[in-house]
Design a protein around this ligand. Structure first.
Ligand code: GLY
Length: 570
């Protein structure tokens, strides 16, 4: 096992002339990073990270590690890790150099209708799209993991999936973070007796350092390990999902499950400076919105500004507003709505849009696109990034939507079902769970995929891997990922500096510039206000998981300091 400590910056030269003690001190304050020669894994959970690294060490490739990690997160990160949800994967094959994307987003059940969350007077029925069986989209995660493994995996499926099954069976030690999450969610999760039995055994909140055992989930995972995706979409688990739906007035039928299929899609590709950015195409809005933001800011000379200077925040936020305005109107499931992808990323179109960006001025959102609409998504999602020694890269973001999804578990199998139906616009012009509104492109239709912001991303430089990254954070995923790319490639920050940098977010509607709490000086805030921004502080958000690969193919990574995740390699 070789572990290389390298210094990407010029720290050694800079420190060379100073006294040894101050040399060591300044180097630790500088960007000394751990680089790994072979493989690296960054996830939101230390247990999942270690298991991913173990798979790579055993000779598995990044795709094998991703399958193991995907199922393990369903056990150890239950608020977002899942088998009852869905997501997206961006992949790069080290041998063919091809970048691919896999869409395993949930779909609306066949019986879903545009007005399904409205009463006879067209009022939205409270909680129907967010809690319980009617909120659930047909899950895609198991089919997604299976498709990934079938196409790219090298290890035995049973071996990969049964790791999670064993962990669910024997239990794992709850940390402080999970204890507080269980505590916080108790009232919501206790709405369903079957859910409360799992998360609050003997009516108790599981405390830090105690074991969390999930025997029913283990049963489901063993079945998936032994029988593959069929157990979930056609077999015993499918029958239990349908029985749960019948008991709880849900819409998902056996036919819905049998006909669910993940989709291999062309990734969304844009050029930014000399870099190739690959991210998720619709039904995620992530790739297009990130692409628009980066292309809109590209001509500005950032060497004149510091990271998070008022001028940079101003340029980036105006670009975000323009891109989010387009998102609201033009983005939805491409099988149901003609998404004008090329037009939205067209140079002439963006040149015209860029004319609205003026340093020192915040455009009013209404002036950008009057009467537009917007939908956003919840914060509770999770991302993992993996790179192996063959140059294979995996960037996966998947979710249950809200924390613990619909709060409903499948009878007998104890796994949580998503509440992804709320990512549709449930009624034009009416706020959804997260306070925002949606439009025609994203209206509910049978078998349609709801619009997402998930943005698993891969960045190449000279056709070689440079960055693998992604984050949770609902609509903020987009600005978190785009800001990380700019921080690293334009401001030349290392991963630690980039992830510690305060985050800001503007999504056009509401016309508010959100600033991460305690990270922006009064001077910057005053300047932004003088430009015309309405500012609001918000608590730390997102949980970015990043890998950086240098030209010699050594890899370093960073799990967001705001989260409990870890990065490890060998
Ligand atoms: N449910 C979060 C998203 O898909 O963006």
């Amino acid at each position: 096992m070789l572990r290389y400590i390298k210094n990407r910056s010029v720290a050694l030269l800079a420190c060379g002339t100073v006294f040894l003690f101050s040399f060591l001190l300044s180097c630790s304050a500088l960007k000394v990073e751990t680089y790994y020669e072979y493989g690296i894994v960054a996830t939101a959970s230390p247990l999942a990270t270690d298991i991913g690294v173990e798979i790579l060490k055993q000779g598995g490739n990044a795709f094998d590690a991703a399958v193991a990690v995907g199922f393990v997160l369903a056990v150890v990160h239950p608020e977002a890790g899942n088998i009852g949800g869905g997501g997206f994967a961006l992949l790069r094959d080290g041998e063919t150099k091809e970048v691919m994307s896999l869409d395993f987003r949930e779909t609306a059940p066949n019986a879903a209708t545009e007005r399904m969350y409205l009463d006879n007077d067209s009022n939205v029925i409270a909680d129907l799209s967010t809690v319980g069986a009617k909120a659930v989209g047909v899950p895609g995660t198991v089919a997604g993991m299976y498709a990934l493994w079938e196409k790219k995996g090298s290890m035995d499926w049973f071996e990969l999936v049964s790791i999670a099954a064993k962990l669910a069976d024997s239990g794992f030690v709850v940390d402080a973070y999970l204890e507080s999450s269980f505590r916080e969610q108790r009232a919501k999760l206790s709405q369903f007796e079957t859910t409360a039995e799992i998360f609050y055994p003997n009516n108790q909140t599981i405390k830090e350092s105690n074991l969390f055992v999930q025997n029913k989930l283990a049963k489901a995972l063993y079945l998936i390990a032994a029988e593959g995706e069929d157990s979930f979409y056609d077999g015993e688990i499918a029958d239990s999902i349908v029985a749960t739906m019948v008991a709880q007035n849900g819409l998902i039928t056996k036919e819905d499950l049998q006909s669910y299929a993940p989709v291999w899609r062309e990734p969304l590709h844009v050029k930014f400076d000399s870099l190739d950015i690959y991210s998720m195409a619709p039904p995620s809005s992530g790739g297009i919105v990130i692409g628009q933001i980066l292309k809109l800011i590209e001509p500005f000379d950032f060497s004149r500004y510091n990271p998070n200077s008022a001028e940079y925040i101003n340029i980036f936020s105006e670009a975000s507003k323009l891109a989010f305005a387009d998102r609201s109107k033009h983005l939805g499931d491409p099988s149901f709505y003609n998404v004008p992808v090329e037009r939205l990323l067209d140079d002439n179109y963006l040149d015209n849009r860029r004319e609205l960006i003026e340093i020192g001025k915040a455009n009013e959102s209404d002036a950008i696109l009057p009467g537009g609409m917007l939908q956003t998504e919840s914060d509770q999602t999770t991302h993992f990034s993996i790179a192996d020694k063959e140059g294979n890269l995996v960037s996966i973001t998947y979710t249950l939507n809200a924390p613990y999804g619909s709060k409903l578990v499948v009878n007998g199998f104890g796994f949580l079902l998503n509440n992804e139906m709320d990512d549709f616009s449930i009624k034009a012009g009416v706020q959804n769970l997260y306070g925002l509104i949606g439009g025609e492109a994203n209206k509910i239709e049978s078998n349609k995929r709801m619009l997402s912001s998930m943005s698993p991303t891969i960045v190449l430089k000279d056709n070689e891997p440079l960055l693998v990254l992604g984050s949770p954070g609902g609509s903020k995923i987009i600005t978190v990922v785009a800001q990380a790319i700019v921080s690293i490639t334009r401001f030349h920050l290392n991963l630690k500096e980039a992830s510690e940098l305060g985050r800001f977010h503007h999504q056009w509607v509401p016309d508010v510039l959100y600033l991460e709490k305690d990270r922006f000086s009064q001077e910057i805030q005053n300047k932004l206000q003088s430009y015309g921004y309405q500012l609001k502080e918000r608590e730390a958000y997102s949980d970015i998981q990043m890998i950086y690969i240098n030209p010699s193919h050594f890899k370093t990574g960073m799990s967001d300091p705001r989260g409990r995740g870890t990065t490890a390699g060998y």
